[in-house]
Design a protein around this ligand. Sequence first.
Ligand code: FHN
Length: 447
Amino acid sequence: MLVSVLSKFSACIGGLALCISLQAQIYTPAPANLEARKTFQDNKYGLFIHWGLSSMLGDGEWVMNNRNIKVEDYKRLLPAFYPAQFDADKWVQTAKNAGMKYIVFITRHHDGFSNWDTKQSDWKITNTPFKRDVLKELAAACKKEGIKLGLYYSTLDWYREDYPHETGRTGQGTGRTGKGNYASYLQFMKNQLTELLTNYGEIMSIWFDGHWDQTNPEGAHDRSSRIDWRYEEIYGLIHSLQPQCMIGNNHHLTPLPGEDFQMFERDLPGENKSGLSFQEASQEVPLETCETINGAWGYDIKDRRYKTVKQVIQLLVGAAGRNANLLLNVGPMPSGLIQPEFTDTLAAAGKWLEKYGETIYGTRGGPIAPQSWGVSTQKGKKIYLHVFKQPYGNMILLPGFKEKVKQVQVFINRQPVKFKQQAEGLIIQTEGISFDSADEVIDIELR
Ligand code: FHN
């Protein structure tokens, strides 16, 4: 529910009209939405899937922009797309084997191609020789397996004439000569979102991306948008169609009114290795880090920067210790298959989760901020120290820790661990514990 508290205040001085428009909005999430946020945080781990026409070129999902491919030429991909090995059940099984609880699927990326049977455009999967509505199949497979489904939706478009491309930072080489018309584009997006939220069952989230196309680069002093996206209309529509559906917008800013979670791209909250994460982590809404299992989001035939099992585990645990989820991406091949390098790594990390899931699912960020040795998570009377490397001096200090501790053990084998509670805090002694694994978990039980 978005309520306009103060709509407009206009002041005119002499011949000069100074118009100040203030629109303060208060968003009250529905009870179902608050519940969904909690479940989302408990679930911790999801599979991001970047896939579509662009996968055919094997050069990442930005290929249309990066190679300045004109719309007229890019269109030739449409009659060639036939992902013979697409199997929604297999995708869902990959997520399940990985210990993931949700999937976020690209319904429409920046090339504007719709991966469902939209009535709003001919530029869609059901107009390829494949003809199938892959979103319908994925939604059914997710429902069958109890996997939640979120939908990525690009607000930026390199294909349509009505997207305000003249002011965009990207997509300048795709040959559009007409004038953008945001009113028309907005209506198009609203119609598409209505389809997505009406015909595909319960949707966990809408994951927007593309706002940054209309701003100065991340890190600039002025990050205001060149267009008024009218998010209050878009977000209001989504929340009225499915009140539990969470909205996130990858604008690389702090959350705007109406948004239900905050994402960080290629960064854990508090980091800025990507150069995209100048924004602070919200204390109000759930957090999510998205990262990719190799170097690219969409299929890139040359990309062999495969993350190891250890890296994947530490990424997930690092996110959990910062009170965030991990949305880990794969870019399936043009055939629709997810390559074995990815499924094997995901499954191996999933095996780790079978043993250590208790220390991740349903937890929140623990009482100690991330340290050089690792992070902490917490659930009820349990605190889990996730130790990635041998702590300096074989000792971990939790400064100012006052709560009474019942016992401390190595999580995996219940080996007792020595500890002392004194004025400086809780001191855990780690000699005798081996720190060779991706994450050695120390389990602190409170009284
Ligand atoms: O441009 C996209 C990119 O292709 C990918 O979808 C990522 C995922 O977070 N987001 C955008 C860049 O911010």
